[in-house]
Design a protein around this ligand. Structure first.
Ligand SMILES: Nc1nc2c(c(=O)[nH]1)N[C@H]1C(S)=C(S)[C@@H](COP(=O)(O)OP(=O)(O)OC[C@H]3O[C@@H](n4cnc5c(=O)[nH]c(N)nc54)[C@H](O)[C@@H]3O)O[C@H]1N2
Ligand SMILES: Nc1nc2c(c(=O)[nH]1)N[C@H]1C(S)=C(S)[C@@H](COP(=O)(O)OP(=O)(O)OC[C@H]3O[C@@H](n4cnc5c(=O)[nH]c(N)nc54)[C@H](O)[C@@H]3O)O[C@H]1N2
Ligand code: SF4
Ligand SMILES: [Mo]
Length: 683
């Protein structure tokens, strides 16, 4: 296929998927008359291999959606009522700049809070010009802890950083443990690699609280109770040690703390582990023996585990398993939770945290936005939201919305659509789609860096995050040498990262020429070069944890039962949306039908609830109306709902985050979206 030159208005263009998904696919975009008519996977991309998910096949509907925001707007009615009038960018900038200056003068820059996440994963638009702007301003810092913080912290204690195996190696794997990960929906190219391995005899085991699409695809399903995976891993280790299935020489050479870990596992004989997890003893025994006798084996650690109160420790515990059987030495052996370490960019240079006028400025945890808006002292006076939709995605939604309704809060939102968060804004700004601007993309799963070029002109008057924060900086009178840059200038700064030798040879030019470049150039990084723990070894015992007040060896702590409500509810993402992105597209809504609540038939019989019935799920924080799906997909006492739906008065939809707590997980300030106690009431 011929790739069109950038100046062309028709043809097939190379691009990158910008969404918060590990796969970061290479895309082929077909343009006709300046419109996107088709999106497919780049057949030459080494990981994408021509396949993309159904969500992004609907990208033309998103980019050319009739609801795209096309010009800035100002609120003219009460907050939340959607009464806006169009204004010019000049007027919008003038208002934002004068409010910022006034707030800084009266209350200090700290009372301004940026709120963003990875609605667009492009480096410049997610953590480039925006960060530099807010640092120079002196705004409160935001701890971007909503996604992988707890698990990343837990994994880091064991392995030293977000460093797993190169997923391309997993075609050689003989045993896959897909652990707390809904792979078929959330990382489809890992299923492609595992399917290839299966053709050569690999076995795939899914460990989850929910028998879902991934369980149907796997060869075996292990049904665990929520938040008990730490005990499952310790039980497996107990059996490995008991049966002499550990690799003593690997442990001696590459780990510290085996003795302490071994002592700990004494407390988890199969009866105990089975009792805690709900996994039958036979299955636990056979799982541990399979793990102990299969090489290479690979554990894909999902994000589901870390969204529990004890999530950091769960990931920490599971990440000790591959060392026990010496997997890290094997091609296709080990684990993967995140792989950000390989393509580390020069973020210091990009974000310029050194520009902070007061390095002691406060940090706000994004999982506690509700409290930040309602109780923080000195109060947040201005909130600037981009790349995120906190009215839907942030926990404890009632508090978030109460905060957003504050009359004395000045809120600016920048998005492609009038999201539920924009409803509360004073100024709404239109954002470009990623097809309308240049950016650099790095995956947190595979090892390729990619360049996404602008192939469409901006819709209406929309501007990219990069342009918005650059222009705001210049209007604030900030130094042109820091802000009056082109996107290419900044990409060069990001790639200029001497501390990361794996980026050698990766330049704007080489990315343009090849489309993508692999960190490390395809060389397999020896284990000794990728354990940046304090000891340089895999830490089964961690002094750093002890110093932080955490148990230094893997430890199982039961989930906290905050109330007497009878059910555990987990509230994960669904197949057709990405967080709340795509939830406003009718084709994808139709596929998801409605927000569903999976309930065990025993519980339903006891409560007299029938399949398809609408129920009210509630706890001390709020309520959500959901439609019952009965079966044995969840264990008794457990409920699962999927998807972050937009507000919908007509169907009585509201995001399940009305139920979730602002409580932080055990590590990294992570979110606890999955540790909810709730009750279910017939409507
Ligand atoms: N289709 C789609 N893809 C996505 C996203 C999306 O919204 N939709 N979101 C993207 C983002 S931002 C992320 S972070 C990832 C998330 O994708 P994943 O890493 O797959 O994480 P989750 O889907 O949050 O949860 C994974 C699984 O954990 C299970 N789970 C919950 N609690 C427990 C537990 O205590 N033990 C065990 N063993 N399992 C448990 C859930 O049932 C779920 O099947 O996906 C990315 N990709
Ligand atoms: N209950 C529950 N809550 C969850 C989760 C869960 O599993 N359960 N998952 C959590 C996780 S893992 C994550 S990562 C978060 C995700 O939370 P968010 O990062 O808020 O993700 P989205 O809902 O996709 O919202 C991203 C927004 O960015 C906008 N956007 C896209 N591109 C651009 C751009 O270039 N510029 C600007 N200005 N805006 C843009 C999109 O239109 C969209 O409205 O949600 C968390 N919330
Ligand atoms: S959402 Fe994920 S799987 Fe779908 S095209 Fe984008 S990167 Fe690929
Ligand atoms: Mo996430």
């Amino acid at each position: 296929m011929t790739i069109a030159t950038l100046a062309a208005t028709e043809g097939v263009f190379r691009s990158v998927c910008p969404f918060d998904c590990p796969d970061t696919c290479g895309l082929h975009i077909t343009l006709k008359d300046g419109k996107v008519t088709n999106v497919t996977g780049d057949p030459d991309h080494p990981v994408t291999k021509g396949a993309i998910c159904n969500k992004v096949r609907q990208l033309p509907d998103r980019v050319h959606h009739p609801d795209r925001l096309l010009q800035p707007m100002r609120r003219v009615g009460p907050k939340g009522t959607l009464e806006f009038e169009p204004i010019s960018w000049d007027a919008a900038y003038e208002e934002i700049v004068s409010r910022m200056k006034d707030i800084i003068h009266r209350y200090g820059a700290e009372s301004i809070l940026p709120y963003s996440f990875y609605g667009n994963m492009g480096v410049l638009n997610a953590e480039g010009m925006d960060r530099r702007f807010f640092h120079r301003l002196g705004a409160s810092l935001l701890d971007r802890s909503i996604c992988n913080a707890a698990g990343a912290a837990g994994y880091k204690y064991t392995m030293g950083g977000s460093i797993g195996i190169d997923p391309e190696e997993t075609v050689h794997t003989k045993l896959f443990l897909i652990w707390g990960c809904n792979l078929v929906s959330t990382n489809m190219h890992q299923t492609m690699l595992a399917t290839e391995a299966r053709r050569h005899g690999a076995k795939i085991v899914h460990i989850d609280v929910h028998r879902n699409r991934t369980s149907a695809w796997a060869d075996e399903f292990v049904h665990v109770r929520p938040g008990t995976d730490g005990a499952l891993a310790l039980g497996m280790m107990h059996i490995l040690i008991r049966d002499g299935l550990v690799n003593e020489s690997f442990i001696r050479e590459n780990t510290i703390g085996y003795k302490e870990l071994k002592d700990q596992t004494d407390q988890y004989p199969p009866e105990v582990a089975s009792d805690i997890t709900g996994v039958p003893i036979d299955q636990l025994e056979s799982l541990a023996r399979l793990y102990g006798t299969t090489t290479p084996s690979f554990i894909r650690i999902g994000n589901g585990l870390q969204h529990h109160d004890n999530g950091g420790m769960i990931v920490r515990t599971i990440s000790c398993l591959p060392a026990m059987t010496g997997q890290w030495d094997q091609i296709g052996g080990g684990a993967m939770k995140g792989n950000g370490w390989y393509s580390r960019l020069n973020n210091d240079r990009l974000e310029r945290i050194d520009l902070l006028p007061d390095p002691g400025v406060r940090t706000v945890n994004m999982n506690q936005l509700g409290d930040a808006l309602l109780t923080m002292d000195p109060p947040v006076r201005m909130l600037f939201v981009y790349n995120s939709n906190p009215a839907i995605v942030a926990p404890d939604q009632s508090k978030v919305r109460e905060g957003l309704l504050r009359e004395d809060l000045f809120t600016v939102t920048h998005d492609l659509f009038l999201t539920d968060t924009c409803k509360y804004a004073d100024i709404v700004l239109p954002a470009t789609s990623h097809l309308e601007n240049l950016d650099l993309y790095a995956s947190y799963w595979h090892l390729y860096l990619q360049l996404g070029e602008p192939i469409l002109s901006p819709a209406g008057e929309s501007k990219s995050n990069f342009t918005l924060f650059k222009e705001l900086a210049l209007r604030m009178g900030f130094e042109p040498e820091l802000f009056d840059l082109t996107e290419e200038d900044m990409i060069r700064e990001a790639l200029d990262a001497e501390f990361n030798p794996l980026l050698q040879g990766i330049t704007v030019e080489s990315l343009r020429e090849h489309g993508w470049m692999k960190a490390g150039g395809g060389r397999r990084i020896p284990l000794s070069e990728r354990i940046p723990t304090p000891s340089g070894k895999i830490e089964l015992y961690s002094e750093a944890m002890l110093a932080s007040g955490l148990p230094p060896v893997p430890t199982y702590t039961p989930l906290r039962e905050e109330t007497d409500f009878p059910f555990w509810l987990t509230t994960g993402p669904n197949h057709s949306y990405i967080n709340s992105t795509f939830a406003n597209q009718s084709k994808l809504q139709k596929l998801e039908k409605q927000p569903t609540l999976h309930m065990n038939e025993q519980d339903a019989a006891r409560l007299g609830i029938g399949d398809g019935e609408r129920v009210l799920v509630r706890n001390e924080r709020g309520e959500a109306k959901l439609t019952i799906k009965l079966g044995r997909d969840v264990l008794p006492g457990v409920l699962v709902t999927q998807g972050l739906w937009w507000d919908d008065e007509e169907h009585g939809r509201s995001s399940v985050n009305a139920l979730t707590p602002q409580r932080l997980a055990d590590m990294g300030g992570g979110a606890t979206f999955f540790s909810n106690r709730v009750e279910v009431v017939k409507l």
